[in-house]
Design a protein around this ligand. Structure first.
Ligand SMILES: [Zn+2]
Length: 231
């Protein structure tokens, strides 16, 4: 049914989608080399009542802004956390309503997932997402087109950084993966829900001061793309 199905691992090998690439599928933010360093922390699959507030507290302590890709169903259950994310000036992105593998759905079902995800967010807070991230990083060309047609930017994450927090690899390994691969415009993927995320919280607590000491600023995706990208 789909002409080409991509998953993130395969995409990592596909140079067409490097960085800002053809401008359609975004992995890293390409920034001018002007001495300023920015990194985008992104958290998928929340809100979660245990982990999201801990991450928000850490971000607040370091005056850091991040982007949360919201699981619509949980936005309905924990609307107050969605409101807190927005009131603390973080960005939220659409991550569908029920987190399906999109390539198992037809395009009308995909559209419904995106609309329902948006509606769930809007039931918590007045907000219109401008970013979309596909569950599991799995998609096809047709899905990218559909997402664009619905006026979202198609957002993945930096391919040269495999934090893989869902595998619970240990805090030290995740910190090392981030610090050894971070560069200006990196988009770091982590998860604030979907299982035990103690390691993720601990990793955030460790990388914030290190990245800060390396002169990185923590910026939301849209803010960085809108204000600082070249071309
Ligand atoms: Zn997800």
């Amino acid at each position: 049914m789909y002409s080409k199905v991509y998953d993130y691992i395969e995409l990592c090998k596909d140079e067409r989608f490097t960085g800002f690439g053809d401008g359609r599928i975004i992995q890293d933010i390409v920034l001018p080399d002007d001495g300023e360093y920015h990194v985008c922390l992104t958290f998928d699959d929340g809100p979660n009542p245990e982990y999201t507030p801990q991450i928000l507290d850490l971000l607040k302590a370091y005056d850091a802004k991040a982007t949360f890709f919201i699981f619509g169903k949980f936005a309905e259950v924990y609307p107050e956390i969605v409101r807190r994310i927005v009131s603390e000036h973080h960005e939220i992105g659409n991550h569908t309503y029920s987190h399906p593998t999109l390539t198992s759905l037809d395009l009308s079902e995909i559209q419904r997932e995106i609309f329902e995800g948006e509606k769930a967010i809007q039931s918590a807070v007045e907000y219109r997402c401008s970013l979309f991230r596909p569950p599991y990083g799995i998609f096809s060309d047709e899905i990218v087109e559909k997402v664009e047609e619905l006026n979202y930017k198609f957002m993945l994450w930096s391919r040269d950084m495999q934090v893989n927090d869902w595998e619970l690899p240990g805090t030290d390994k995740m910190v090392d993966e981030i610090i050894s691969n971070v560069k200006n415009g990196s988009v770091i993927l982590m998860h604030d829900a979907g299982g035990n995320r103690d390691q993720t919280v601990e990793t955030v607590a460790k990388v914030l001061p290190i990245l800060k000491s390396l002169n990185y600023k923590f910026t939301t995706l849209s803010e960085l793309m809108n204000s600082r990208t070249r071309g």
